[in-house]
Design a protein around this ligand. Structure first.
Ligand code: ADP
Ligand code: GLC
Length: 482
C-alpha cells in the first residue's frame, strides 16, 4: 500500500499547530502497518533549507506563475516530496500570513499549486512512486481530490482529513479556470460554496473518504452548531465519514527520557515532578511554593480555545489559591490581556507570550493540571501530552477532549477509573468550578497519585490510530477494485 500524504505543515520543519505533529507522526506509525507514505509539502524556506541530498524528480515548466520542481528528500525522519516553487513559497515566517498578519493575497494559487503537484503524482508523474491513495489534510491540500475527480480515470483513491472545520479556504469563483477546473466543477456537488470556490468544501464533496480527528468531532460537524456551514454536506456524506483519534509521538513526549525536563520521571517516580515545578515557577516568575496547585495552559490564544473565558476566570482562580502558568501566542488582544493579568497578580499568574517547544515540555512535566477550555476542539494534542506527563487534564467536554479524557466523577472513582476532569458548558463559571474540583481531588494525595498513574497509563500513541487509517485505506482501495 502506497500513500501520498499532502499537507501544508510537518513538524519540526514547519508548524503552526497540531496538524504539523500529526502529519509527521503518522507515517512512521503507518510504516509499521506496512503502509508506505511519502509526504508532499510546500517548499517554504525552512523546509528547503533543511534538505540534504535532494533529488529533483519532476519539473513543472510553469506552475501558477513560475517554474517549479518536485524534490525528493529524506528529512525530519520523513520521506518527503517538496514542491520547490520560489515564486509561491520563498517567503519567510508564517506559512499562510504575510508580514501584515493577513493571508498572502495569492494563497488561492499557492495551495492550488500544492494540489496540482499532488494530482500530478496521482496521475503518474513519478514512475517510481505511484500512490494507491492520496490523503490530503485540511483546506490547503483540499483541491487535490477535485483536480483528480475532474481529471478523469484512472485515478488513485482519495481521502481528506479535517483537522479544523473553521479554516475553509474560500476564494472568488473567477479563479476557476486558472486553478485547472472545468466550468461544470462550479456546482453544488462540486467546488461551489455559497457562490465562491471552497477548497475544503471541494474535498468534502469529492474525496472518496472523509476522516476527522475524533469520533465526537465527527458527530459535532454534522450539526448546525458545529458544522460551520458544511453540516448539510457532511450529513449527506455520513457513510463516507469516520472519526479517528490523533496520537502523540511517544518518543518526543516521554517524561522518562525528555531532554527538555530538568528532572525526568515516570509513573513510579512522580515525586520527581516537584523539582520541575520549582523550575517552572522560577522560569515563569511565580512564587516558588512547592505546595501551590499550578494550573498550566499551552495554547494558541484564540476564541476557539476559550482563552477569552480564561481571562475572565483568572481573578476567581487566583481567589481559589491556585497559580496559573500560561504559554501561548495568538490574538494580540488576548496576548495583552494575559500580560495585564500577570502584572495584576504577580507571583500567582504568569504568561509567557511566545512559541517555545522547550517550555511546553517543562510545563507538561511540572504542572498539577493542564486546562483546555476550548469552545470546540477537533482532537487536541496538549491534553494527550498532559496525560502522558501526569498533568491532570481539565478539559471542556467537546470534540476530542471528550473522547480522550475520562471524567473522574464519583462513580468513576468508585470504579477505579477516571483520568481527568471534563466540564460543560464552556463558560467562565464552569472553568472555575472544574479547577475547583481538581483542587479538592488533590487534597487526597493517594487518590491524586492514582489519578496520575491512570492518566500516564492511557494509550496516547499512534499504534491504534495507524491501524485504523491502514484499515480504511485497504477497505477503500478494495472497494474500488484496484
Ligand atoms: P491546535 O492545532 O488547534 O493549535 P493542538 O492541541 O492539536 O491544537 O496542537 C497544538 C500543538 O502546538 C501541541 O503540540 C502544543 O504543544 C503546541 N503548542 C501550542 N502553543 C504552543 C506554544 N506557545 N509553545 C509551544 N508549543 C505550543
Ligand atoms: C487542529 C485542531 C486540533 C487538532 C489538530 C491536529 O489544529 O484544532 O484539535 O488536534 O488540528 O489534528
Amino acid at each position: 500500500m502506497r500513500v501520498l500524504s499532502v499537507a501544508s505543515e510537518a513538524f519540526p520543519l514547519v508548524k503552526t499547530g497540531g496538524l504539523a505533529d500529526v502529519v509527521a507522526a503518522l507515517p512512521p506509525a503507518l510504516a509499521r502497518e506496512r503502509v508506505t507514505v511519502r509526504t508532499l509539502v510546500p517548499g517554504y524556506p525552512a523546509v528547503v533549507d533543511a534538505l540534504r541530498d535532494a533529488d529533483a524528480v519532476h519539473a513543472f515548466p510553469r506552475l501558477h506563475g513560475g517554474p517549479a520542481r518536485l524534490l525528493a528528500a529524506h528529512a525530519a525522519d520523513l520521506d518527503l516530496f517538496v514542491l520547490d516553487a520560489p515564486h509561491l513559497y520563498a517567503r519567510p515566517g508564517n506559512p499562510y500570513l504575510g508580514p501584515d498578519g493577513k493571508p498572502w493575497p495569492d494563497n488561492a494559487l499557492r495551495f492550488a499549486a500544492l494540489a496540482e503537484a499532488a494530482a500530478a503524482i496521482g496521475r503518474g508523474a513519478l514512475p517510481r512512486f505511484a500512490p494507491d491513495v492520496i490523503h490530503v489534510h485540511d483546506w490547503q491540500a483540499g483541491l487535490a481530490p477535485a483536480l483528480l475527480h475532474y481529471g478523469g480515470t484512472p485515478r488513485p483513491a482519495t481521502v481528506v482529513t479535517v483537522h479544523n472545520l473553521s479554516f475553509q479556504g474560500q476564494f472568488p469563483r473567477e479563479i476557476l479556470t486558472a486553478i485547472g477546473l472545468p466550468p461544470h466543477a462550479f456546482a453544488i456537488d462540486g467546488v461551489e460554496y455559497y457562490g465562491t470556490i471552497g477548497y475544503l468544501k471541494a474535498a468534502l464533496a469529492l474525496a472518496d473518504r472523509i476522516t476527522t480527528v475524533s469520533p465526537t468531532y465527527a458527530e459535532e460537524i454534522r450539526t448546525p452548531e458545529g458544522g460551520m456551514g458544511l453540516d448539510g454536506l457532511l450529513r449527506q456524506r455520513a457513510d463516507a465519514l469516520a472519526g479517528i483519534l490523533n496520537g502523540i509521538d511517544e518518543t518526543v513526549w516521554n517524561p522518562a527520557t525528555d531532554p527538555h525536563l530538568p528532572t525526568r520521571f515516570d509513573a513510579r517516580r512522580l515525586a520527581r515532578r516537584a523539582a520541575n515545578k520549582a523550575a517552572l515557577q522560577a522560569r515563569f516568575g511565580l512564587a516558588v511554593e512547592p505546595s501551590a496547585f499550578v494550573v498550566g495552559v499551552v495554547s494558541r490564544l484564540t476564541h476557539q480555545k476559550g482563552m477569552d473565558l480564561l481571562v475572565e476566570a483568572l481573578p476567581a482562580l487566583v481567589a481559589l489559591g491556585v497559580q496559573v502558568a500560561l504559554l501561548g501566542t495568538g490574538d494580540p488582544a488576548l496576548e495583552r490581556a494575559f500580560a495585564a493579568a500577570a502584572a495584576r497578580h504577580p507571583a500567582r499568574v504568569a504568561a509567557v507570550i511566545g512559541y517555545e517547544e522547550t517550555l511546553a515540555h517543562l510545563l507538561q512535566g511540572s504542572v498539577d493540571a493542564l486546562l483546555v477550555p476550548s469552545r470546540f476542539e477537533p482532537c487536541g494534542l496538549t491534553q494527550l501530552c498532559a496525560l502522558r506527563y501526569g498533568a491532570i487534564p481539565v478539559v471542556a467536554r467537546v470534540g476530542g477532549l471528550a473522547d480522550t479524557v475520562i471524567d473522574a466523577n464519583a462513580m468513576a472513582l468508585a470504579a477505579g477509573t477516571g483520568t481527568g476532569i471534563q466540564f460543560a458548558p464552556v463558560t467562565r463559571a464552569h472553568i472555575e468550578l472544574a479547577v475547583g474540583r481538581a483542587v479538592s481531588l488533590k487534597r487526597d494525595a493517594a487518590l491524586w497519585r492514582r489519578l496520575q498513574a491512570r492518566a500516564m497509563a492511557t494509550d496516547v500513541g499512534w499504534t491504534r490510530p495507524a491501524k485504523q487509517y491502514a484499515a480504511l485505506y485497504r477497505a477503500l482501495v478494495k472497494s474500488r477494485g484496484s
